[in-house]
Design a binder for this molecule. Sequence first.
Ligand code: A2P
Length: 277
Amino acid sequence: KDNWVKLADGNQMPQEGFGLYKVDGQETMTNAIKDAYSTGYRLFDTAQLYGNEAAAGTAFKDLRIPRDQFFLTTKVAEDNQGYDQTIQSVKESLKRLQTDYVDLLLIHWPIEQHFFETWRAFEDLKRAGMAKSIGVSNYQMIHLQYLATKAHEMPVVDQVELHPLLTQKPLLQFNHDHQIITQAWSPLGRGAVLSEPVLKQIGAAHGKSPAQVILRWHLQNGVSFIPKSVHADRIQQNADIYDFELSADEMRQVDALNNYQRTGREPELTYEYDRQY
Ligand code: A2P
């Protein structure tokens, strides 16, 4: 448990995980989880929206990986938000995943409709043991501040798009100040940033690839991250980042790549809260 981080609710989570987005088809899924697990990954991240919860559930069963040996995240889709629908959809997710609980349950995207009701369902799902920890995804500061006006407990994780082209420093600081672990999706910027010369140069100095430099940068920022690959050599490579260190100057050079470039969509930002405060 070397690289597990402590969550505000007392649970622990591996800092590095394995993203299952776009890991499609049973054979691809089973092979990816097999390679990742034997490489040492213990966190697996799926979502209702990915359409692959059932394939993941089958893979864990077929590979005979005991449930207490891995940390499982799923996310409630926008279409399933609202109190009753959230509860119902999570029960269905658990059935597809062939388990009684997820370790981490996230609201996939913030939407103003059902904003508090969905979170209230999350608090109840946690109480009922169906989710060990609860968090959010794609929440900016404004959403977290709005949630704080009514929530009984706050999210312990905020999973957002985060990579060297979108460094989100103010959000990282805010989350840090509020005991929320920031988790990066598309930590490699969906591959777009990998050809940056500065990353090649820093990598060359350490005998590492640009992807390894980026993941090391996340690690040193205290961020959790979930790279995805369906190639065994890359799965291996992405876990081989614990034997070198970036200097403060190298960290700054990676930070300097920020150009606010999203690969995914922009979270919805106009809320009642905006108009009120
Ligand atoms: P593949 O699955 O074919 O290996 P992100 O996690 O930022 O969304 O980026 C994932 C993308 O980067 C995927 O297209 C993945 O492709 C690719 N990728 C993952 N790891 C590496 C790596 N170490 N080197 C190069 N490309 C990688």
